[in-house]
Design a protein around this ligand. Structure first.
Ligand SMILES: Cc1cc2nc3c(=O)[nH]c(=O)nc-3n(C[C@H](O)[C@H](O)[C@H](O)COP(=O)(O)OP(=O)(O)OC[C@H]3O[C@@H](n4cnc5c(N)ncnc54)[C@H](O)[C@@H]3O)c2cc1C
Length: 449
């Protein structure tokens, strides 16, 4: 591994590793990796899922420009994977770290894919022939099913199949073996084992993003009871041309297009009872985007947004909301809202408050802007890396004013939603900032007399 020589405080020459570990292959981690790799730094990018991309890959369009999300992300995913200086490890997690700033030694657990990603061309023949159908597709938010061997999604990087050992007949019972038989490239390997990989790095960037809060446990929104109540992440997949309904917005109960839609914000956020008292910072804008997109998908649909406060503070955000009102006729109602039962037609009934008077209205479909929460895995990762979490469970920054990118451990930096609520442009800025901080550590050449 290439090393930069530095003079230590004692006058002895120490060496700094000229490589960086990035944990998380969402937009923040991708940006940090590309910035570093383009400057000649070796990057080890560790992603727990079978593909790079994170949440941005699941979105249909992005506010405030309404760009197609995967169209602007996919080239960066491919650049990352193909970059000679980036070692992408999917299905991988960090399990150990020793050392200090400039000289860390890390252990990564790489789980078996059971398909050699260097041989697999992503032709999909094995998927068609796999007899195990009907496995819930988590990437499609459970709105579609997949086989036991699958490619995570059309633009996945790497575009290689993966076998899910919990549902594969061969791995469970030693029967079947169809995918191996049909693979002309001989990429399927049932003998593949998990492996521990070790690397020396000079700095670490955490970019592990967020989880979406599951509203099933809440009695206030009818989620899981009324089939026509969706989460915003489910809705993002519904309106996506590559999604489970090929971009058609359909009710779960009867497959009909909704003619009236309610978007309820702050579901689970700014709420002490759910344990998430903070603002998730993106739901005012993504609900506005989703209401606009409903109009582009269904002529004449009426969309109503129920909001607590309109937090459209960044550049162009207020104009975006005004555009939704003026050009898309989106109605905004300043009220807490809940779903209280259903009509005989299965329409969710939204209960809200105007001028102190309680009101109820039926909608064909309700979309919940559920809050975004720290990943459950943060606790384990924080312990492994010996960094602190904040009171909510996000990674703690050393100083909100002067060190907003630094974790509580020198040489370990934070990018994106893992450090607290941010949108995509902010995640990109943090990715670049973390890369610059890591680079500073690698370039350090202090000479002490
Ligand atoms: C419904 C919805 C709509 C949205 N719409 C918009 C929009 O239009 N515009 C906008 O700007 N923002 C939008 N956002 C917010 C946007 O999704 C986030 O700002 C962005 O995804 C944050 O990027 P990230 O890289 O920090 O995190 P993520 O996208 O969550 O990526 C984190 C990555 O880290 C991986 N990871 C997690 N833990 C580990 C681990 N322990 N080890 C290895 N890898 C790990 C994950 O698998 C994932 O790939 C929306 C969010 C939601 C929920």
């Amino acid at each position: 591994m290439e090393k930069a020589e530095v003079a230590s405080r004692k006058g002895k020459r120490a060496e700094i590793e000229k490589s960086v570990l990035v944990i998380g292959g969402g937009i923040a981690g991708i940006q940090a990796s590309l910035d570093l790799a383009d400057k000649g730094v070796i990057v080890h990018l560790v992603e727990k899922e079978p593909s790079l991309g994170g949440r941005m890959a699941q979105l249909d369009k992005t506010f405030p420009t309404n760009d197609c999300s995967i169209c602007i992300l996919a080239p960066k995913m491919a650049d990352c994977f193909g970059h000679p200086n980036i070692n992408v490890m999917t299905l991988s997690e960090v399990v150990g770290i020793e050392g200090s700033k400039g000289n860390f030694s890390v252990q990564v657990l790489k789980k078996a894919r059971f398909v050699d990603e260097n041989l697999c061309t992503g032709c999909g023949e094995c998927l068609e022939k796999c007899p195990t159908k009907g496995v819930q597709n988590q990437w499609e938010q459970g709105l579609a099913t997949r086989r036991a061997i699958y490619i995570p999604y059309m633009q996945a990087v790497p575009r290689a199949a993966i076998i899910d050992p919990e549902n594969c007949r061969f791995l469970k019972e030693g029967k079947c073996g169809v995918c191996k038989k049909v693979c002309k490239r001989e990429a399927v390997n049932y003998e593949m084992k998990d492996a521990i990989l070790e690397f020396d790095v000079g700095a670490v960037i955490i970019a592990t993003g967020f989880d979406v809060w599951d509203p099933t446990s809440s009695s206030e929104y009818g989620y899981g009871k009324n089939p026509n109540v969706f989460t915003a992440m489910e809705y993002e997949r519904l309106i996506n041309a590559a999604g489970p309904t090929h971009g058609h917005i359909k009710r779960r109960s009867d497959g009909n297009e909704p003619k009236s839609m309610a978007f309820i914000q702050c579901v689970g956020s700014r709420n002490i009872q759910t344990g998430h008292p903070y603002c998730c910072s993106v739901c005012c804008m993504h609900s506005t985007k989703e209401a606009m997109l409903a109009t582009e998908h269904i002529e004449g649909v009426r969309s109503t947004i129920f909001y607590k406060d309109m937090r459209a503070c960044a550049k162009g955000f207020n104009e975006y909301v005004e555009r939704a009102k003026k050009d898309y006729m989106v109605e905004y109602i300043n009220s807490d809202a809940t779903v209280q039962g259903s009509s005989s037609a299965g329409n969710p009934i939204v209960s809200y408050d105007v001028g102190g008077k309680s009101q109820q209205k039926e909608f064909d479909m309700v979309v919940l802007a559920t809050t975004l929460v720290p990943s459950e895995k943060n606790k384990v990762l924080a312990k492994t890396l010996a960094v602190d979490l904040d009171e909510f469970g996000f990674f703690k920054v050393r100083d909100h004013v002067f060190d907003p990118i630094d974790s509580t451990r020198p040489g370990v930096y934070l990018a994106g939603y893992c450090a607290g609520p941010v949108d995509i442009p902010e995640s990109v800025a943090m990715g670049s900032a973390a890369a610059a901080k890591a680079m500073e550590d690698l370039m350090e050449r202090k000479v002490y007399a």
